[in-house]
Design a binder for this molecule. Structure first.
Ligand SMILES: Nc1ncnc2c1ncn2[C@@H]1O[C@H](COP(=O)(O)OP(=O)(O)OP(=O)(O)O)[C@@H](O)[C@H]1O
Ligand SMILES: [Mg+2]
Length: 453
């Protein structure tokens, strides 16, 4: 099972090694008996599955210095020190220095075996926990990959957004998604559903701007036959349809006031009545709503119910406009070129550096959707017509500050990779203090771990 010995036994006295070694082996334990602590250190690593039993008084590195070294290697390797008989101060010192336990000379065989067995059990538990934790970390990393593959972007606001969404996905909290046109609101809503606990349920999207005003209530709440002229058959509404799943109310800013009142009641009671019926139907839904405008401002103009805003915005998630994360443009553009080409079964035309830097300078009022359209034109080999995206005024290019920011991030990331994530070396190489380096890493969302492998 294990390919490390149960016990690394260290004593400069060959006779003691033989006697203790025999005692332990007689009990079925495997022993590596070594004459010096320096040799013993070479036999140890964080993967060592056993325990260390060491004499204190030895020439060269004594038991205490050895204990320090072992703890530096892995503070959870149990070290059992054999102290002089009746030497209480030394025994206390051993415990304070982090020894797992001590045994007085001459060691009583039964006590020795018992103590070693307890230490072995302790070691086993530590390693088991460590393995579980590593697995959990790997799972977390895998989950992060899933989000990063869906919502592309390494810019700090995108990383923050993904972290927030990942937390929200596993809750039933209603979320208001706020962002300019084409920033990815619907995409965020779908990801919340697909990666969340309700993924087995339906994702029901309602575009409030696309439904005629006189239809929206029956669309949402359903109706009984004969509820109004033209309602020939019973109809299940979108809210009921979303039972046990997610209801996505897109462009909620366009919802008429009357429907808002009814929606507010439904959200408060978590139940609805179909039009033309008084029967209450319980619904278990999670509501995600998207808006391009500030709903509270709209409420200020009397065009939206303020109480509904507060009902919807338990949590508000803001999607950053593309111009605030220009560093993501190359990755997004390449991604769209690849997916569009794959969809159409045509080769993905290479993207030149010049094209990318030109794209990074544009204002992108249509945000990611506009970029996606540009990628479609690129795949088709159509020249970018300046009319499609007006030449940016000089002010629209990245500011000096943004460019310096991007350059700083790039240099930091490069240094971290070059030095294998060793912060001390990086700081030296860059001529800044470790503290400054840490602050800058945080500012740019750089992680030492992320670059270590
Ligand atoms: N971070 C992203 N990574 C990859 N694709 C994205 C990202 N954000 C948006 N997209 C893509 O951009 C397009 C527009 O996104 P989406 O429809 O979600 O935007 P929206 O905010 O709902 O737009 P609108 O306000 O017009 O309704 C979609 O094709 C979507 O897949
Ligand atoms: Mg949308």
């Amino acid at each position: 099972m294990s390919d490390t010995p149960d016990i690394v036994l260290v004593d400069d006295d060959a006779e003691v090694r033989r006697a203790y070694g025999q005692t332990l082996e007689l009990d079925g334990l495997s022993v590596a008996a070594l004459g010096s602590s320096a040799t013993a250190l070479k036999a140890l690593s964080p993967a060592f599955e056993g325990v260390v039993v060491s004499d204190v008084r030895m020439p060269g590195m004594d038991g205490f210095a050895f204990l320090d070294e072992v703890r530096r290697l892995d503070p959870d390797i149990p070290v059992l020190l054999i102290t002089g008989h009746g030497d209480v101060p030394m025994a206390l010192r051993a415990l304070r220095a982090g020894a797992w336990d001590f045994i007085e000379k001459p060691a009583d065989p039964v006590l020795l075996v018992e103590t070693v067995r307890r230490a072995l059990e302790q070691r086993r538990l530590v390693l088991e926990n460590r393995a579980l934790r590593d697995e959990a970390t790997r799972d977390d990393a895998a989950a992060e990959d899933v989000w990063a593959a869906r919502l592309i972007g390494r810019a700090e606001p995108m990383q923050r957004l993904r972290r927030t969404l990942a937390v929200l996905a596993d809750t039933r909290t209603d979320v208001l998604i706020f962002g300019e046109t084409g920033t990815g609101k619907e995409m965020a809503a779908r990801a919340l559903h697909d990666f969340g606990r309700r993924r087995a349920g339906r994702f029901v999207a309602v575009n409030c701007a696309a439904i005629p005003e006189n239809m929206i209530e029956s669309e949402l709440f359903g109706h009984e036959a004969g509820a109004f002229t033209g309602a020939r058959e019973r109809r299940i509404g979108k809210i009921e349809h979303a039972h046990k799943g997610t209801l996505f109310l897109d462009e909620i800013e366009s919802m008429p006031l009357a429907a808002q009142t009814r929606l507010l009641r439904a959200l408060q009671e978590r139940s609805i009545e179909r039009l033309g019926s008084n029967a209450e139907i319980k619904v278990d839904i999670r509501v995600l709503a998207a808006t391009k405008v500030d709903l509270l401002a709209l409420a200020g103009e009397g065009r939206f119910r303020e109480d509904l805003v507060y009902r919807l915005n338990t949590v508000t998630v803001r999607l950053p406009p593309l111009r605030d994360r220009r560093e993501d443009i190359p990755a997004l553009f390449r991604h769209f070129v690849a997916t569009v080409a794959a969809r159409d079964g045509v080769p993905a035309r290479p993207v030149e550096a010049g094209t990318l830097s030109e794209l990074m300078r544009r204002p992108w009022p249509g945000n990611v959707r506009e970029l996606r359209n540009a990628a479609e034109r690129h795949v088709l080999g159509l020249e970018e017509a300046p009319a499609a995206s007006p030449a940016p005024a000089p002010m629209d290019g990245p500011s000096l500050e943004a460019m310096m920011d991007a350059a700083e991030r790039h240099l930091l990331a490069e240094a971290l990779v070059r030095h294998g994530g060793r912060v001390g070396q990086c700081a030296d190489a860059l001529g800044i203090s470790r503290k400054t380096l840490y602050l800058k890493m945080r500012k740019h969302g750089l992680e030492r771990d992320a670059v270590e492998d």
